[in-house]
Design a protein around this ligand. Structure first.
Ligand code: WT7
Length: 650
């Protein structure tokens, strides 16, 4: 952390907004002023931009750590994303422009999207889904993912989207935790030219999910019209999506939902092995998703907004689906990999569809950097006018590369800090208003109260410390599904009275925030959160493994990569085959994103006298640093030996 701090302190470049951008910007200094004058009035103003069926009677009811926003108010999230755009000129505007990895394309106007959502909502109802029921969604990046989410919102069902890259076991755990009654999946999805057999994985998961009554299958994976051989359908339980929808009316009245009714659950990793079901509300969540989309992305009627995140992550929820559609924007949605069939696929997409606002992750930007400037240079990126970054700290070099080679020196960059738990963007520049500094997320969004504290919880005006939130915000998580005690313990106990996000940060003399990464046992691999405990549990689950310790190590492209230190059981011989087998085992248990890059076999792990594994020292080893303090170790020789072995490997 200290090294990082020093490099960041040297960053002296400043990028003030251009006069031209500032003159037409959607956001203005007045937003900050209004929020500073009256935070709650500011949020009420943002909530008023939505359509409410019943007005709220109270802006905020705060009994720490439980917030109720816009209490008494009723609305329907899908109606806000669709119906209200149908009466004016937006009716025939593209809502979703979609491109599949093989190059197939579809466009849904708001009118067409509303009809599909209506059909899907009616189909869910026919399957017995009622208000409050949970629906699991396990789909590739196809329009049906957004349609399924909106269909749930329309009838008041709670969706739980599970990223299509997760394993059968991960899907099973999430379905079980939420006791979902319906699963929506696809026969397959494309990734780097391969078809990922989602339905097969789903079948494996559902075999252990007694709560699932129906599985709805989108036909995507392969074959032409009528070729349904790819997925095996279980009579009575499984249904083809297109057949179900065909029979339904496109009209489905939107359910009046209380502002605090659940909109969705989204599972995310924490410091224990069990993922947390983050619970989001309807009114508060949509208010923040919509307001941040409008101001942070300087949204205009004619924009083509492309957020590259998968709907399986919160970024996909807030900035592919809910935020943009609530604003009546046109979103681009792309199914596949950035390097398929060539490394210029993203630039091709931007040129073909005339993307104006592009929101992606530092891990992708670093990959683009590595692939070279010739790819973006070969395409017409002149429609781009604003760039965004999310998921992890963006290093100043990557920021500058993004600025020069994608933004051609004239697009503001918004580096947005937030989390699954926050629901929407929390710290960000406002384009046209904020002077940016490469590598800094700049300052809190209007109406968001952030404070730096030291280890004892004492507020600090500047310097390095922990990022905390001191006031409730509309998009905040309401609880952890089925485990409110864990909610209180995880977020509100480290610094009493404050929400602690798990991030270290630095505030500079200008009050700018520089995020320094997680300070807990959570890794950030390519912008995805993975708990060290989850990977350790997966490794220990293997019959050959006795003990495992997992740490993150700095990685040029992914930000962090996973390094595992494994002790095998008596009689097992460590080998290259076992190493491969363990990596596959982790992929099977969690998903390919959690595969360790390095696995080192060791007879012992460094432990304190009380038996606690000292991951800090393992991290020093994995990152090739001099070992930190080893005085509390039961046997200091273990770690010295490990370090030698690690350096000799390969
Ligand atoms: C963690 C949250 C929010 C959508 C994507 C990830 C890190 C996120 C930034 C940023 C530095 C960032 C933090 C945070 N993070 N955005 N702009 N600068 N760090 O959502 O999986 O809930 O992960 O991602 O460490 O705690 P998530």
């Amino acid at each position: 952390m200290a090294d990082q701090l020093d490099t960041l302190l040297d960053e002296g470049r400043r990028f003030p907004p251009s006069a031209e951008f500032a003159a037409n910007a959607v956001a203005t200094q007045a937003l900050y002023d209004a929020a500073a004058r009256d935070r709650l009035a500011f949020w009420e103003e943002q909530a008023r931009a939505l359509d409410w069926m019943t007005p709220w009677t109270r802006v905020l009811d705060w009994k720490a750590p439980h917030a109720r926003w816009f209490d008494g108010g009723q609305l329907n999230v899908a109606a806000n994303c669709l119906d209200r755009h149908l009466s004016g000129p937006r009716r025939n505007k593209a809502a979703i422009i979609w491109e599949g990895e093989p190059g197939d394309r579809r466009v849904y106007t708001y009118w067409a999207l509303a009809r599909e959502v209506g059909r899907a909502a009616n189909a869910l109802k026919r399957l017995g889904v009622r208000k409050g029921d949970r629906v699991a969604i396990y789909l590739p990046m196809v329009p049906e993912a957004a349609i399924a989410m909106l269909a749930c919102a329309r009838i008041g069902a709670v969706h739980s989207v599970v990223f299509g890259g997760f394993s059968a076991e991960s899907l099973r755990d999430r379905i079980q935790d939420a006791t979902a009654t319906v699963l929506i999946t696809a026969d397959g999805g494309y990734r780097r030219g391969q078809v990922l057999p989602l339905k097969r994985i789903a079948d494996e998961a559902v075999a252990d999910c007694p709560s699932i009554r129906h599985v709805v299958v989108v036909r995507r994976g392969h074959g032409g019209e009528g070729d349904e051989s790819f997925a095996e359908m279980t009579e009575g339980r499984d249904h083809w999506w297109h057949r179900l929808l065909d029979k339904e009316s496109p009209h489905c009245p939107p359910e009046a939902m209380d502002s605090e009714d659940l909109l969705f659950i989204l599972y995310t990793s924490g410091t224990t092995g069990k993922p947390k079901g983050i619970v989001h509300s309807s009114g508060g969540y949509l208010t923040q998703a919509a307001a941040t989309t409008k101001y942070v992305f300087d949204l205009r009627e004619e924009d083509i907004f492309w957020c590259t995140a998968d709907v399986g992550w919160v970024t996909g929820h807030s900035y592919v689906v809910y935020g943009p559609l609530a604003n009546g924007a046109t979103v681009l949605m792309y199914e596949g990999a950035p390097d398929w069939p060539e490394r210029d696929r993203f630039w091709k997409l931007i040129a073909r569809h005339g993307v104006t606002v592009f929101y992606t992750a530092p891990t992708a930007i670093r990959a683009f950097m590595k692939w070279g400037t010739s790819h973006p240079a070969a395409h017409d990126l002149s429609t781009l006018r604003l760039l965004g970054s999310v998921g992890e700290p963006i290093n100043p070099e990557a920021w500058m590369w993004y600025h020069e080679h994608v933004g051609r020196g004239n697009c503001p960059i918004v580096d947005t800090w937030w989390q699954t738990e926050t629901g929407g963007i929390m710290i960000t520049a406002l384009p046209g208003v904020t002077t940016t500094k490469p590598g800094s997320a700049t300052t809190p969004f209007p109406g968001i109260s952030v404070e730096l504290v030291d280890t004892t919880g004492k507020p600090m005006a500047k310097g390095g410390g922990f990022l905390t939130l001191t006031e409730p915000w509309p998009g905040m998580l309401r609880t952890i599904y089925g485990d409110d005690a864990r909610y209180q313990e995880t977020y509100w106990s480290r610094f009493p009275g404050r929400y602690f996000a798990g991030d270290g940060a630095k505030v500079d003399d200008d009050g700018y925030w520089w995020l320094l990464g997680r300070v807990d046992d959570v890794l950030n691999v390519a912008g995805h959160r993975i708990g060290t405990m989850e990977v350790e549990s997966a490794l220990v689950d293997h019959p050959s493994v006795a003990e495992a310790a997992v740490v993150g190590k700095a990685h040029e492209l992914k930000g962090q990569a996973i390094a595992a230190f494994v002790t095998v059981k008596e009689g097992v011989k460590p080998s290259a085959e076992l190493r491969d087998d363990l990596r596959e085992h982790v992929a099977r248990k969690i998903g390919a994103i959690a595969k360790p890059d390095d696995i080192l076999f060791s007879a012992d792990l460094p432990k304190t006298r009380s038996g606690k594994i000292m991951r800090r020292l393992l991290k020093d080893i994995a990152e090739g640093r001099a070992l930190g303090d080893t005085t509390t170790l039961a046997d200091p020789n273990v770690v010295a030996r490990l370090k030698e072995m690690y350096e000799d490997k390969e």
